[in-house]
Write a protein that binds this ligand. Structure first.
Ligand code: 6MZ
Ligand code: ZN
Length: 363
């Protein structure tokens, strides 16, 4: 099937890191500005941004660079808005965006102010929209919920639900992780629904993050964990014991962990391109998607870092279809199944099902 077919299909995106999803053109623009200010050497940075093949270590070096480029409240607001618009433009109807709240004393940024800048970006999608909307009469409807964004893309109006997950970086201390969880609890009514654990998988110890994750779980926040991106059977077992509502990756699982994952029926966020690029999986032919799919294990196709890995949700669906021989009907079913694994209430799930049902009639 042509790429356009995957673009027009409604989709649910549950694993997307904000700073990993920034457009190359925006990164280059930001790098140019910092280059002119003498903060960085543009040509060095340009080369790093445009490079395509990256090891896991290089990916995390790139994130450090991206974070230098995006360290500013206004820029955080801008990239949030752009990332949501990009997902909406390819018919993502429900997006769980995740980001690591950051503190930077030198520019007066706290984890809270960072998050406020992100929330500003989510709201900005609405504002642009209202200005472009052909029928202003509908505005009150749009404003009904600040968590539903309509974006205008040419003549078509696209609705996208946006929810936020706060990431704990594996470089953080127990206290820093706890601060993030407390912020998530305070910002619950603003669209923050859960906690993610991410960052370089070879850095940090499970016991450092465990107290904060356990607290989050007890407080009723949803939990998703980057799990088994590198081999670490002990950590994988401890993670599964926490009973997270979802996990990401699940690449380096051995027999025993597989059995446990399957018996617990924990949905897996699958990021094909990311796994291949970082070498967490040797090649697409041996990717565990096939095993999970064939055993009807709950899974959802996601991008991880559409900017860093030059991918998109539609490209990931296309890749799954071609690599595993799935047709449009099977992929549509897969996309619709993901509704069950979102971190939202039954009302949202019902509305999403309606969107998928009417899209199915259009096929
Ligand atoms: C490739 N696989 C991955 N494995 C683990 N963590 C990853 C990741 N990709 C991204 N991140 C996490 O997301 C951050 C960037 O977005 P935010 O600054 O939070 O918006 C990275 O610094 C890393 O902590
Ligand atoms: Zn990830």
């Amino acid at each position: 099937m042509e790429m356009e077919g995957w673009v027009s299909m409604p989709k649910v995106e549950l694993h997307a890191h904000l700073n990993g999803s920034v457009r190359d053109s925006t990164l280059l623009e930001l790098a140019r500005v910092l280059g002119e200010k003498g903060v960085i050497v543009f040509s060095d940075v340009e080369h790093v941004i445009l490079k395509n093949e990256r090891s896991l270590t290089e990916v995390f070096r790139l994130f450090d660079l991206i974070h230098i480029l995006t360290t500013d409240h206004k820029i955080i607001t801008r990239i949030t808005k752009e990332v949501i618009e990009d997902f909406a433009s390819e018919n993502v109807v429900y997006l769980e965006l995740r980001t690591t709240p950051k503190k930077n004393d030198s520019i007066g940024m706290s984890k809270r102010s960072y998050l406020e800048a992100v929330l500003e970006g989510i709201k900005a999608v609405n504002t642009v929209d209202v200005a472009f909307r052909p029928h202003n009469a509908d505005v009150s409807n749009v404003k009904r919920s600040s968590l539903i964004n309509d974006t205008c893309n040419g003549s078509t109006r696209k609705k996208i639900y946006v929810r936020l997950l706060l990431s704990i970086d594996r470089r953080e201390t127990t206290e820093a992780a706890m601060e993030t969880v407390k912020l998530a609890l305070e910002m619950r009514n603003l669209g923050v629904v859960g906690i993610d654990l991410s960052g370089n998988p070879i850095v940090g110890e499970w016991m450092t993050f465990f107290p904060a994750l356990k607290f989050a779980r007890e407080q009723g926040l949803y939990i998703t964990l980057h799990c088994g991106e590198v081999p670490n059977p002990k950590e994988i077992r401890a993670m599964l014991d926490l009973l997270p509502q979802r996990i990401g990756h699940a690449c380096c699982f051995e027999e025993e962990e597989w059995k446990r994952l399957k018996s617990l029926n924990i949905p897996v966020e699958i990021c094909l391109t990311s796994n291949i690029r970082t070498n967490s999986v040797r090649s697409i032919e041996v990717h565990h998607f096939a095993d999970l799919y064939n055993s009807k294990h709950p899974l959802v196709i996601c991008t991880d870092d559409s900017g860093v890995f030059s991918t998109s949700v539609s490209k990931e669906y296309n890749l799954a279809a071609s690599a595993f021989g799935l047709g449009r009907r099977e992929i549509f079913q897969l996309a619709r199944n993901a509704i069950e694994y979102i971190f939202a209430d039954d009302e949202v799930k019902r509305e999403l099902k309606e969107i998928f049902n009417s899209a199915e009639l259009d096929q």
